[in-house]
Ligand binder design. Structure first.
Ligand SMILES: Cc1ncc(COP(=O)(O)O)c(C=O)c1O
Length: 398
């Protein structure tokens, strides 16, 4: 009797997987998890055809830079492929400390900690710093890793309208004034390409005594002097308490970072479960990010090329009458408004040899279903022309 009861419980989970509508649709149309057969720079091979990659976060185009590849190879040879343990126990190495010191100096912060994924760095920053009884002020359009951190923290969450200082003020004025407050925003919103209105948001946050956390995954490498990010772009220096982000975008690696005052970073090292109980980033990934960071400071041509490509690309999209949601950065959405319009557009681009990613509600707000595209410094003029032809073709399919 007891046994059959347990069998029934297990079946409930299996049925959940089998009956899941989103999974059925994904497998039917197969637009995600497409495994590319090879890659060189911004060209990927998919289904035996060469395609232009127009959805990568390799903004500066450094993932095929010879110095980055050499650094990763040398570090792997010297240190092996894995750290095989957490930083708090057997996993700490000199190369971790070296990258942390360099990132902290680059970002104008006292200290930094790196993790094996950006998702981990960002999530644990919020989850560890905020706690039950605190109030988190969160932009409605935050990335999933920030929402996960908010949920884990057990703090009360108050959402404000996307990038709206007026709404932040309104929400703050109605919140519990005695509670500790944490303001959570992104520097550049990855889907929208919007730059946070950081001067106004941090000023209001300061008035109400908020501790400010900025996820600058898409601002790092793209904005500010040498790509120092959104705080540098606005000259805000110490107005942001913690800057976290990813090594998998402009830094051409995988992993994440969080930078702030020494005492806050040491608090994180003591209290962040995701830091204490998860294996440290590998030598190869650390070395790749370290080499990319060096290149950002010595080869300005990549940042210049990124912005000149971005300008050309956006002008072309606007010329075709496409809605790019007022993107201000190389992350450029093409908003089509419904999944019925997004799929044929995406497919037309794919047929013309341009790889993009569909993003449909609930991943984006209802009515904002879009194709996510991102420009890289590595896109050539010839590729930009091919992209323009493919876009014109896709527009005709709408
Ligand atoms: C805003 C933002 N934060 C954090 C992350 C997580 O970074 P990673 O992919 O390196 O784990 C992403 C990834 O897309 C992101 O867009």
């Amino acid at each position: 009797m007891a046994l059959s009861f347990f069998v029934k419980n297990k079946k409930a989970i299996l049925n959940r997987c089998r009956d899941d509508y989103a999974t059925k649709m994904r497998l039917k149309y197969a637009p995600y998890y497409l495994a590319m057969e090879s890659q060189k720079d911004t060209t990927v091979r998919l289904g035996g055809r060469d395609m232009i990659m127009l959805s990568s976060n390799d903004y500066l185009g450094l993932s095929f830079h010879p110095k980055v590849i050499e650094a990763a190879n040398n570090a792997t040879r010297q240190w092996g492929t894995s750290t095989n343990g957490a930083r708090s126990s057997n996993g700490s190495r000199a190369f971790h400390v070296e990258l942390e010191d360099k990132l902290a100096a680059f970002l104008g912060k006292e200290a930094c900690h790196i993790h094996a994924a950006g998702y981990l760095s960002v999530m644990t920053t919020v989850a560890t710093l905020a706690q039950k009884g605190d109030v988190i002020l969160a932009d409605k359009n935050l990335h999933s890793c920030l929402w996960d951190g908010i949920r884990l923290s057990l703090a009360t969450v108050e959402r404000f309208s996307h990038n709206s200082p007026d709404d932040l003020r309104e929400v703050l004025s109605a919140s519990n004034l005695d509670a500790a407050k944490v303001l959570v925003v992104e520097g550049v919103y990855s889907m929208e390409g919007h730059i946070a209105r950081l001067p106004e948001l941090t000023e209001i946050g300061e008035e109400y005594g908020c501790f400010t956390i900025l996820d600058d995954a898409h601002g790092f490498g793209v904005l500010g002097k040498q790509g120092r990010g959104t705080t540098d772009h606005f000259g805000l220096g110490d107005k942001v308490d913690l800057i976290c982000g990813s090594l998998s975008k402009s830094l051409a690696s995988t992993g994440g970072y969080v930078a702030g005052s020494r005492e806050v970073i040491e608090y994180l090292r003591t209290n962040s479960k995701q830091t204490i109980f998860s294996a440290a980033i590998s030598a190869g990934q650390t070395a790749a990010a370290m080499a990319a960071l060096e290149i950002m400071q010595t080869e300005p041509q990549h940042l210049e090329r990124l912005w000149s490509n971005t300008k050309k690309y956006k002008a072309m999209l606007k010329g075709l009458g496409l809605n790019i949601w007022e993107s201000e950065t190389p992350a450029v959405p093409i908003v089509l408004g419904s999944k019925e319009r997004v799929y044929p557009f995406w497919k037309a681009l794919l047929d013309k040899g341009v790889f993009t990613v569909m993003s449909i509600a609930p991943a984006v707000p209802a009515g904002k279903d879009l194709i996510r595209t991102a420009i890289s410094a590595m896109h050539t003029d010839e590729q930009l022309e091919k992209i323009a032809e493919a876009m014109a073709f896709a527009v005709k399919k709408l």
